[in-house]
Design a protein around this ligand. Structure first.
Ligand code: AMP
Length: 281
């Protein structure tokens, strides 16, 4: 497995691979890798070569968020990448990605306007910008994103379509801890007590899913149920619980097509997200 920090090194390696006719899969991450990331790397092994980017992207954090505190451990990440079968890690410093006078951004309306886009203004502008840059640097055939960040996946799909970027986007299922908590690098912020309290998120969503499986068509009732379950946990504070169309991220109250049921909840100071998709596909 190779490890590089500069764009020119990545380009050189990729050029060699392309010359040899190898297909390339890209897994963009912010590091502090867990089995969720590793499942993406494993899925990407359907390509001849797998590139993992590790970059805590400063421009996707809002002022006052956890950019400084975000967990980082590159040695540990290298082991996880190797274990899952990556061929190249690209771990640039911020100055490699953003010149002092960097001034070009990828901005999107539509799917960015609800859910996390509302709670985290500028977040998706940062995500779209960095992911575009990674696509331009790596020029992968396929790129892998987790359903854990369902809105991000919808946003990236829209960006690729709108800007005619020549990459196939592959969505991968949410990987959970044995007790149901969605794996997240941010879970490391939780105290033992908070870790226990955080189970309410998946538990509440499971209640919502049960209603849908039993034929409930009114998504307002589903949201209300989820909210009521979360409110029973004193350590939890709801940022949002919403039902939207899974592709357009437009809010809807009717259980038709593919519905994304998404929640963002503070457990103490830690903001966690989780979701499920219910529908035809
Ligand atoms: P992050 O490092 O948090 O930016 O995540 C990098 C990629 O891993 C994103 O596409 C996430 O959706 C995905 N990911 C993070 N956690 C999980 C999980 N628990 N299951 C599946 N994919 C995940």
């Amino acid at each position: 497995m190779k490890f590089v920090k500069t764009i020119s090194e990545v380009r050189e390696i990729i050029a060699g691979w392309k010359k040899d006719g190898f297909s390339i899969g890209l897994v963009p991450t912010m590091g502090y890798l867990h089995e969720g990331h590793q499942s993406l790397i494993r899925a990407a092994r359907e390509n001849d070569k797998v590139v993992v980017s590790i970059f805590v992207n400063p421009i996707q954090f809002c002022p006052g968020e956890d950019f400084e505190a975000y967990p980082r451990d590159i040695e540990r990440d290298m082991k996880k990448c190797e274990e899952a079968g990556a061929d190249l890690i690209f771990a640039p410093d911020a100055c490699e990605m953003y010149a002092d006078d960097f001034s070009t951004f990828v901005d999107m309306t539509g799917p960015t306007e609800e859910l996390c886009g509302k709670s985290r203004p500028g977040h998706f502008r940062g995500v779209c910008t960095v992911v575009s840059k990674l696509f331009n640097i790596v020029s992968p055939d396929k790129a892998y994103f987790g359903q854990k960040d369902a809105q991000q996946l919808a946003v990236i799909r829209r960006m690729v379509r709108d800007l005619n970027i020549n990459v196939q986007i592959v969505g991968c299922p949410i990987i959970r801890e044995a007790d149901g908590l969605a794996k997240s690098s941010r879970n490391t912020y939780l105290s033992a007590e908070e870790r226990q309290a955080a189970l309410v998120i998946n538990r509440s969503l499971a209640e919502g899913r049960k209603m849908l499986e039993n034929g409930e068509k009114d998504l307002k009732k589903v949201s209300q149920k989820i909210i009521s379950v979360i409110k029973q946990e004193p350590m939890a504070k709801i940022d949002y619980v919403k039902t939207v169309d899974a592709d357009t991220i437009i809010p809807t109250d009717k259980a038709e097509g593919n519905i994304l049921v998404a929640a963002a909840v503070y457990i103490g100071k830690t903001r966690l997200i989780d979701n499920f998709i219910f529908g035809e596909a």
